[in-house]
Ligand binder design. Structure first.
Ligand code: NCD
Length: 307
């Protein structure tokens, strides 16, 4: 039963529960009309303490397309956070007005703490450099639509694997599935955190290699997941400048990929994918962003217990 549950980390739901969400998302894509009024009378609150375009818009659009309404802030300076209110007090207040709440916060663990103070579902929309489980829903729905299933596939993750929360959540989800293999492509300084390597990848016996070049491995990949170097998580600008353009996927590099290697990116992109790649049919990042709305519609319906 997903009714009234919170989603803070990919390990909060079972495989079966995730399947229910994806099945519903596929049904919504096939027949969006059917769900037009499903959330009438319900209110979603979006509390964004960090910048966002896709995540916030797709949650808000999802609720509006379900016939519900939305309240919230995208700028903490416009809320009582600016007066020093605690997260606990803010969410307790929001619970008085809304049926479900989405929170993005720069501090790792903040949404988990907040969820303990409310009895309505709370969704983590990204906590610092930690986790971003609804981006994983978006990524998995996209993978399913392109290649049927996530099993028995080779995934390349490229860029900032240290601070990239989307990568942490996606690896956590995929490591629970059979036949997956990872290439972790990053500069030495931006390698995957130890807890992901030891506690998730190695513990689940997932074959993986940590490498510093993408070309030699691209032909083997089913998916290449590109990421932005997370400037806002660096301690100094010099390191960012030194590392930011280490990996740039352009048309010349795409020649190393196979005809069935799809390119994903959670977006926003900075320089890591040249715009010349956008017209390549293997570039799927804008479709991925669109899938994000459908899967969030499914998540809202499940957590509110409507479907
Ligand atoms: C990502 C995030 O916020 O972690 N964006 C998103 O939600 N689609 C990736 C990023 O900011 O680089």
């Amino acid at each position: 039963m997903l009714k009234n549950r919170s989603l803070i980390d990919p390990s909060d739901f079972s495989r079966q529960e995730f399947c229910e969400i994806f099945d519903l998302a596929h049904q919504i894509i096939a027949n969006p009309e059917k769900y037009r009024k499903s959330c009438e009378g319900k209110i979603l609150a979006t509390l964004f303490y960090e910048p966002s375009t896709r995540t916030r818009f797709s949650f808000e659009a999802a609720m509006l397309r379900l016939g519900g309404k939305v309240v919230g802030f995208s700028e903490p300076s416009s809320s009582s956070a600016a007066k020093g209110e605690s997260i606990a007090d803010t969410v307790r207040t929001v619970e008085c007005y809304a049926d479900i709440v989405v929170m993005r916060h720069p501090k790792e663990g903040a949404p988990r703490v907040a969820s303990r103070y409310v009895s309505i579902p709370l969704i983590n929309a990204g906590d610092g450099g930690h986790q971003h489980p609804t981006q994983t829903l978006t990524d998995i729905l996209t993978i399913q639509r392109l290649k049927g299933s996530v099993e028995n596939k080779t995934y390349g993750f490229c860029g900032d694997l240290k601070f990239g929360r989307t990568v942490h959540s996606l690896i956590k989800f995929l490591s629970n599935h059979e036949g997956v293999k990872f290439y972790l492509i990053s500069p030495e300084e931006l390698r995957i955190p130890d807890y992901i390597r030891e506690e998730i990848i190695i513990k689940n016996n997932i074959p993986f290699e940590e490498v510093e070049k993408m070309e030699p491995y691209m032909g083997e990949l089913d998916f290449l997941y590109m990421t932005r170097v997370q400037r806002e998580r660096f301690f100094n600008e010099e390191d960012y400048v030194r590392l930011k353009d280490r990996f740039i996927l352009d048309a010349a590099k795409m020649k190393f990929a196979s005809p069935s290697t799809y390119i994903l990116h959670p977006l926003p992109r900075v320089n890591e994918i040249s715009i010349e790649v956008d017209n390549d049919p293997r570039a799927q990042y804008f479709n991925q962003a669109k899938n994000g709305m459908f899967v969030r519609m499914a998540l809202i319906l499940k957590l509110l217990g409507i479907y």
